[in-house]
Design a protein around this ligand. Structure first.
Ligand code: 13P
Length: 287
């Protein structure tokens, strides 16, 4: 069932667990994420970056695919279709085509512009019953092809953005997208605590969920993180399973070249990764 993400994240914060945002890249990804959520009785947020949206044929195509699959697979758990790291224009487009949630990433602009745009988009999203996430403190790693190092958000700026009426806040706490380098310093829990003290009961979002240790995930949830984004880990699991299929020459046996067979191990690998995350984040059994 497609819904906005407001209630699921309020419930997660209250219940001390986190809802996974699983980024989708194609139809197999979407089916894997939806079916696992249903099996695990977990709420789920399907994240779509602007690049992935373009790859799948545009936001309208994505919206139709997700809503149709949700219906035909008879998914009963709450599902949010969420734009990940949207530009101002991208957010407007997703509001127009009927996503249920957007993220405006104004973290690359100065705080005044970030506030201005977040405020406008919050009004727009809420007028359509959609939820909105905003970002303070750029999250490093590979974001839009730029590799950066994990930045820590300014807690006062977090408070200014939270006060605009957004529904959940992404704040940099040393996290980065993609695989963490061996010399990564880990999450800054002092920053997370300071932010939490300023923003009160605003659900916080942890980006760059791939490769963060179980202990750090648990501690982040204890300190107010209610949504954790995972993308790279599913991509790696998919690639690894597909590589094995090809290396085992399964595509050369009978009709092993049929995409329904060729993509099956990767599909199953995404499902196991999503299930693992639901168990770790504690969202299983919560829908
Ligand atoms: P990873 O690719 O590191 O899992 O991060 C995903 C993410 O934060 C999407 O916004």
């Amino acid at each position: 069932m497609l819904v906005n993400a407001t209630k699921m994240l309020k419930d997660a914060l209250k219940g001390h667990y986190a809802v996974p945002q699983i980024n989708i890249n194609n139809l197999e990804w979407t089916k894997a994420a939806l079916l696992t959520a249903e099996e695990e009785k977990s709420p789920i947020i399907l994240g779509v970056s602007e690049g992935a949206g373009k790859y799948m044929g545009g936001f309208k195509t994505v919206r139709e695919m997700v809503f149709s699959l949700d219906e035909s697979l008879n998914i009963k758990v709450p599902v949010a279709l969420h734009l990940d790291h949207g530009t101002f224009e991208g957010c407007k487009k997703c509001v127009e085509v009927g996503f249920t949630s957007i993220m405006y990433d104004g973290s690359h602009s100065d705080i005044t512009e970030n506030i201005e745009n977040t405020k406008l988009l919050t009004e727009l999203a809420h007028s359509k019953n959609m939820s909105i996430e905003a970002e303070v403190g750029a999250i490093g790693g590979e974001e839009d092809g730029v590799i950066g190092k994990g930045e820590c958000a300014d807690p006062n700026e977090c408070k200014m953005i939270a006060d605009l009426g957004i529904d959940f806040l992404a704040a940099g706490i040393g996290n980065i997208h993609g695989v963490y380098p061996p010399n990564w310093q880990g999450l800054s829990f002092d920053t997370l605590e300071e932010i939490k003290n300023k923003v009160g009961d605003m659900p916080l979002v942890l980006h760059g969920g791939t490769g963060i240790s179980k202990d750090m995930i648990k501690k982040a949830i204890d300190l107010g993180v209610a949504k954790i984004n995972v993308n790279t880990e599913c991509q790696i699991a998919f690639a690894k399973a597909t590589r094995k299929y090809i290396e085992d020459k399964k595509d050369l046996e009978g009709k092993g070249f049929d995409p329904r067979k060729l993509l099956l191990p990767g599909f199953e690998a995404i499902k196991s990764t999503v299930k693992e995350k639901m168990e770790l984040f504690g969202s299983n059994g919560k829908a």
